[in-house]
Design a protein around this ligand. Structure first.
Ligand code: F0G
Length: 456
């Protein structure tokens, strides 16, 4: 087989800004060892997130010019609406300015004190919006998903037995919604199988609990189903996506991921009463139901992106480029989440830095080292992001200490990825010199965004 090439050519480029190691040491210190506080200009390869960082296609940029900016009933809204109706089968489509705005609206209505929202793994903004409503978010990730180094095809699956046991314990009346995240971002970008979605749906139906999909990375998940699940290799990603959505009662999506948009999101569903309540809140917090916090041009770009993402040459290149980086690291003995996820490579910081205890945030220490060594920005998905304190102020650590290198869509080429591998290997050689960190300032919710730290 020949090299899998980037299925695009480049018409417009942005320069990378180069810095020295000495400069980066100082810049990191000034950013309180939190790369979220760095100026993006001081980053060479930005793998902080794959969200809103995609390169739009020429068709999307053309759509930007065609965007209809009418306040009500914009042509671009109807393009957006019909694209999502066709993709999901869901008739009621509500635009929002991004994923978390959809979550805020949904959970303000279905959440509340005494309620439980269950999931394979909730993303941090999803969990935060659930908790903000007074409800509790509960994750039931399958056992394979909890072990970074053990390869399995669908490590994003939900533990259906544990889910059903929980319903029997807490009562279905207290569980207003089950949300399955595809792919499972916080669990390593790992896919959920169609069989698992079907099994989750069966339990949901038995207890009349609506099933929602967090569809941020639906196309990447569907491509994994095509590659790995029996009976799907001959099906198109589009038809797999139709099947996936057919089991759901609704979905939320951040269009900043698999719609290649720089901003945007939506809620879609069948339930007329729930949609009415969502739209009432939407008007107060986002905007009129035919734009929901977005410009007409954004609605247009999203509609175009949602179809582009199901192109199988694109998905083959996308999934392969993540796998390529993972393979290079595995060959050198670097502890990484296996198999490769859909949008990111996840380093296992606990195994990478066994000398740094979890209450000294090994993931955060590692992202600092990657920045200083090569100007690469990544994000901790571990105890800084998910840690809590017990009554005595002692850290209750996260399940895993991961460092995520998220690859923006259609942005970096193979030589950028080769460079990233070289930097990680250099840091791996010097890993014994990396010290842990302590927090000097933190916010009560989503603290990883703004926390200030210092080295121990
Ligand atoms: N759900 C998942 C699975 C996500 O990954 C994200 C965002 C959201 C919901 C919220 O969407 O950012 O548009 O409000 N993830 C980004 C990331 C931030 O870096 O993984 P949003």
């Amino acid at each position: 087989m020949k090299t899998i090439i980037e299925p695009f050519r480049i018409k417009s480029v942005e320069p990378l800004l180069f810095t020295t190691k000495e400069q980066r040491k100082e810049l990191l210190q000034k950013a309180f060892y939190n790369p979220f506080l760095l100026h993006a200009d001081d980053v060479m390869i930005d793998l902080l997130t794959d969200s809103g960082t995609s390169a739009m296609s020429s068709a999307q940029w053309a759509g930007i010019m065609l965007g209809d900016e009418s306040y009500a009933g914009s042509k671009s809204f109807y393009h957006f609406e019909s694209t999502i109706q066709q993709l999901t089968g869901m008739p009621l489509v509500i635009p929002t300015h991004q994923g978390r705005a959809s979550e805020k609206i949904l959970f303000s209505i279905v959440g509340g004190k005494g309620k439980y929202i269950v999931s394979n793994t909730l993303f941090d903004t999803t969990r935060a919006n659930i908790e903000y409503s007074g409800a509790e978010g509960v994750d039931f990730l399958c056992e394979e998903g909890k072990h970074p180094s053990i390869p399995a095809p669908f490590k994003g699956n939900m533990d259906v037995e544990a889910f059903e046991k929980f319903i029997q314990e807490k009562g279905a009346a207290n569980i207003p919604l089950c949300m399955v995240t595809v792919t499972n971002n916080s669990g390593g970008g790992q896919p959920v199988s169609m069989a698992n979605i079907k099994a989750v749906k069966a339990v949901c139906s038995k207890y009349s609990i609506p099933l929602f999909i967090d569809a941020c990375r639906f196309a990447e998940n569907c491509y994994f189903i095509k590659l790995r699940e029996e009976g799907y290799s001959d099906k198109s990603v589009e038809s797999i996506a139709h099947e996936l959505f057919s089991y759901a009662d609704g979905c939320t999506m951040s269009a900043k991921k698999d719609a290649f948009a720089n901003i945007g999101g939506f809620l879609a569903m069948y339930n007329v009463e729930l949609a009415k309540q969502c739209r009432n809140l939407l008007v107060i917090t986002e905007g009129f139901p035919t734009y929901g916090g977005l410009a007409g041009r954004d609605l247009e770009a999203i509609a175009i992106g949602l179809n582009e993402v199901m192109d199988e040459h694109y998905l083959q290149y996308r999934i392969r480029s993540i796998e390529y980086l993972t393979e290079k690291l595995v060959a050198a003995g670097v502890p990484v989440m296996q198999p490769a996820g859909g949008h990111a490579v996840y380093l296992d910081a606990k195994a990478f830095l066994p000398h740094v205890p979890v209450d000294q945030y090994p993931g955060q220490a590692l992202i600092g080292a990657l920045y200083v060594e090569g100007g690469i920005r990544s994000v901790e998905i571990g105890s800084l992001m998910f840690g809590k304190y017990d009554a005595d102020g002692k850290l209750i650590p996260a399940m895993m200490e991961l460092v995520r290198l998220a690859i923006p869509r259609r942005v970096y080429t193979q030589s950028h990825i080769d460079y990233v591998a070289e930097v990680i290997l250099e840091v791996f050689e010097k890993r014994n010199q990396i010290r842990g960190l302590e927090i000097v300032e933190e916010a009560p919710a989503l603290r990883h965004f703004t926390a200030k730290l210092k080295p121990l």
